[in-house]
Design a protein around this ligand. Sequence first.
Ligand SMILES: [Zn+2]
Length: 385
Amino acid sequence: MWLISQHYLTVQLRKVKGHSNDKANDQADALAKRGRYSLDPIIINHKFFHRSSLALFNYNHINVIDRNLRKWSNIPIQSRIFNMAMNNSSLSPINYQITYGDIDWVYTKQWINFNPFDMPTSSKLSSIQSNKLKKSTFTYPTGNILKRNYPNLYPLGRINCTECSIDEDTNAHIGLCPSHHQSITSLLTKFKKKLINLLRKERTSNISFDIESRINNSNMFKVFPDVLDAARLPDSPDQIRIPREQPWILLLHHLIPRDLAVFFDNYFSNAVERSRFLIQYVTDFISELTTITWSSRSRSFKKWEKSLDITLKKKKHYRKHTITASGQASSSAATLPSTVAHKRRSQYTRYYHNKVLPYFKQKVNFDVFACIRWMTCNFLHSGSW
Ligand SMILES: [Zn+2]
């Protein structure tokens, strides 16, 4: 549309029936089929698109694919956003899950937008949603992030998990922490039974696969004992990737795993009912999961902070006096750590405002095959959705 208006083109639209021996349509068809086997990603230059097309939910400049692939691809800028999500260092723990499509973005969007209250807006709702977004973008203020934001307030060195003290206290550690595993295991068993009962009682589709054995076999409800070690990259053990075989961890980050969504897709024929049951089920599941993980972590972390006399008041004071509005550290506190933090921030800002396409930017991960799957138009001929 932008090209048409910029170049004053006269365009006539005519609908052509598929596979009706229309020459140009058959050519387009053949090209799409051929493209399916091509290994070259199609690069779309986002600069050709008007800024107004950038209307997506984001937090901290991090965006996600929030609809099904066909709708997603209606906006060509999405591939750039997907690329940014894939190469974003804060999302690196779920890089495999993003790349291999383990997250159901349609349900995730519904869950993040879900309002449990009667009123359309409220401060309580904003705080719930901000909490969900921070956790889903791995920017919830855990030790590593607090250390970055308040370098002079916390002790030197990395802040370890105050519950297990094995690894650094990060967003990704919450589902991997061994101190939660026992309670998580019994909670997963409880919600496994709950799902079996729900599907048996309420299912509306004709599919008659054995509900119980499918759910019992699903990784959705299993905790592997070596999950913490499985999350370390063999060549750099400090880098954490949440194992794909443990999809329940995604729920801790308010992301809806495909392994869970598939049961609702299979056993409910009506889309509205399907979402209603899923949201209901997920509400209870996430709330109980949060109590035994995030809340337990919070209690123990606050205790640790208290022992070092790090209070909310001190943090407020720090924000007010140490970093000024322009992001410059004030002269009284211009010591080394805050300069480093500021440097990191300006690097990030530079990246975000970079006018050049970031497709080949050497960041965390660049999976060419993932780009092919997500960015070419070939999916028109590659599967059912
Ligand atoms: Zn831990």
